[in-house]
Design a binder for this molecule. Sequence first.
Ligand SMILES: [Zn+2]
Length: 422
Amino acid sequence: MRKAYQYQLLPTTEQKTTMERWLDMLRLQYNWLLAERFRWWEENRCDINACPLICHLPELRDNPDYYSQKRSVVPLKSNRPWYKEIYSQVLQDCVTRVKLAFDRFVKGDSKGNRSGRPRFKGKNRYRSLTYPQIDISDIKNNRIHLSKIGWIKLVLHRPIPDGFKAKTAIVTKKSDGWYVTITLVAESVPTSSVEIIPTDDNSIALDLGLEKFAALDTGEFVDIPQHFRHSEEKLAKLQRKVTARKKGSRARKLLNRRVGRLHQRIARARKQFHFETAKQILQKAPVVFVEDLAVKNMSKRCKPKQDEQSNYVANGQSRKSGLNKSIADAGWAQFIEILSFKAESAGGKVVKVNPKNTSQVCSNCLNIVPKTLKERWHDCNRCNLSIDRDTNSAILIKKVGLGVSLTIKRSRVKPREAHAVA
Ligand SMILES: [Zn+2]
């Protein structure tokens, strides 16, 4: 079992300057290694698979890879002796980061999703130092020992649980100070108890929405806290103030710091809200059905659309951008992650359900009742069910989760018939 605990660090001024200097050096090294990768890519990549008989052959270089870049750390230290100051494993980790960023760009992750071209990091964009190997004995007396920095005071607001080994430590510079995240691994793997089987009684279903944070199949709702909207307005106001100031000015720098703090406060409040909501929901039932949102796909940009004269026409992106923003705002992905984690540690589970048709089918008679996104109320003219649209979806999600197929009994209400009723 893996856990990550984050503690606030209280470094001395000297330690702060050391860490800041390291971050800057590592940033430059990161950029250099990344540039090396790009250079090879641009010089040696070729679109055609055959070449004319007479052509200039560029001098082929070895493709810089993870291992050659790792080896390059040795000459780096002799050419630029000030890099010797950085703890070797932290410096090596910089190479790993370049590898990860570049692999995600070229090959994609395990699912084949490719990321965009990695960016060079500007000032303050390289924010963390990774110590890949630490020991539990490095943490004692409210201090943590980090090689080549020394003992740093930390706020041990909760003790490290028994039976866990410390694995890695990541020191991060945030807008309100320094933090360390310690990854903890349990030595003994707890044997998971009997797999819980979802039934009608022990389960609950959620439909995540934009107006309400969630609708439960019981007819209850979880509201989005109002203060999120207020902080957002405040953020927009501050943001406008920042752009009004001259670039590089002191006023702008100070304002930017305030923006950073506000962002942090919003993120923390949201996380807190997610934890509290997860707790409330799990008190109702141990098994939770949620839509398999694939939030990422929903947030994808719309494809450009062209008419016959190959002019670009409206593709609905601007409409979707509003939705995108709200999706990011609600942070469903984070919520589901927290909910799954909480459920598992309490012996329950979260089951993701294919949401296909859950907004269009009637939860009582399983006939299709077509409605647009705007229609917030579900009125079935077959069985006269009349409930909130989201509650209807939540009931359906529960049904699908319990094994009801939405494709068997459905029959489309004939347009003419629907017209007559309306
Ligand atoms: Zn119905």
